[in-house]
Design a protein around this ligand. Structure first.
Ligand code: DOR
Ligand code: ZN
Length: 338
């Protein structure tokens, strides 16, 4: 095949950041995607309507003329009232829950995953039909954090049967197996979890640019994720978790930040991956149609044509003082965007 059309691509898990970083990374997404679910973990997380609306404006400005809808989220708090959620409902697509301290800017995350503590907010969300996105990791051993969190997903799914719950960036075979067990459980998966294992992070020379939360895991985990992505399992959506950090904050001796930057390469990489496995026929479902059904979205039509032509991934993206290194920097991909 020499060309391939992607219709109205959606990224259901994206970090756009703010200020200069927002200006650098937003166009990488808005050029090729028709919309994205934008995470609320800014340095000061989004928890009010005012901060949400002003962030939306900054995103719109950064995307310039591109046909692109940012689907915004707010940061889960145990004390959101029903009235607050009702008032903000039309401005958000979901609420994102972070357990305290599990990843970047989650210091104001929930300190306990006790269902009774979370219940008031979750009941209101369930009544208002606002989906819940979850960063599902415990504070356990790094390779076991997602697996240890799975019983919490089960208890959420059982206690709130009318709440749509999205297991974000699933990274294990065990999470894949949970997907079909409860009608109200869904998931996103990233490119890096489909392509990499811990060997790529630390098996040879340390690669801080693919260090992320949850950490990429074993070959059997990657293969299980890849299988459901390639078949475009209807409860699974593409969510890049593209999470840019400054190069100097990744390549540092004082503790490198977690996050993989994939926004500028995701369509090319996914096309290459699905073609390699002879599954291009499922790519539009994985990257758009599944999300449309799960979130009831009706995105505008945006056609992106990929052509079979080498694309050399830039070594770095730069804006003013911001330097960001993408995944696969310097490598040659087989597909380009026309
Ligand atoms: O690796 C990650 N980076 N995982 C997350 O959950 C957050 C993200 C970020 O914001 O940098
Ligand atoms: Zn994320």
């Amino acid at each position: 095949m020499k060309s391939f059309i992607i219709n109205s691509a959606l990224d259901m898990h994206l970090h756009l950041r703010d200020d200069d970083m927002l200006k650098l990374v937003a166009p990488h997404m808005s050029k090729n995607f028709v919309g994205a679910l934008v995470m609320p973990n800014l340095i000061s997380p989004i928890t009010t309507k005012d901060t949400l609306l002003s962030y939306k404006n900054r995103i719109k400005n950064a995307c310039k003329e591109d046909k692109f809808t940012p689907y915004l989220t707010i940061f889960f708090q145990v004390d959101y009232s029903y009235e607050f959620l009702k008032d903000i409902k039309d401005e958000i697509i979901a609420v994102k829950l972070y357990p305290f301290g599990v990843t970047t800017n989650s210091q104001t995350g929930v300190s306990s995953m006790d269902i009774e503590i979370l219940r008031p907010t979750l009941e209101s969300m369930s009544r208002l039909d606002i989906p819940l996105c979850v960063h599902g990791e415990t504070k356990g051993f790094v390779m076991d954090r997602e697996k240890e969190f799975l019983p919490i997903y089960e208890s959420l799914a059982i206690n709130f049967p009318n709440l749509r719950i999205i297991m974000e960036h699933i990274s294990t075979k065990d999470a894949v197996e949970l997907l079909d067990k409860y009608d109200n459980l869904y998931a996103t998966v990233t490119i890096h979890h489909l392509l990499l294992t811990l060997d790529d992070v630390a098996g040879g020379m340390l690669n801080p640019h693919v260090f992320c939360k949850p950490i990429v895991k074993r070959y059997e985990d990657r293969d299980a994720l890849l299988k459901v992505a390639l078949e475009a399992h209807p409860k699974l959506m593409f969510g890049s978790d593209s999470a840019p950090h400054l190069k100097k904050n990744k390549e540092t001796s004082t503790g490198g930040a977690a996050g993989v930057y994939t926004a500028p390469i995701s369509l090319q990489v996914l096309t290459q991956l699905f073609e390699k496995h002879n599954k291009l026929a499922n790519l539009n479902a994985f990257i758009s149609l599944n999300a449309q059904k799960i979130y009831n979205l009706k995105p505008e039509n945006k056609v992106i044509k990929l052509i079979k032509k080498d694309f050399i991934v830039p070594k770095v993206y730069n804006y003013k003082n911001e330097d960001v290194v993408p995944m696969l920097a310097g490598e040659t991909l087989l597909w380009s965007i026309e």
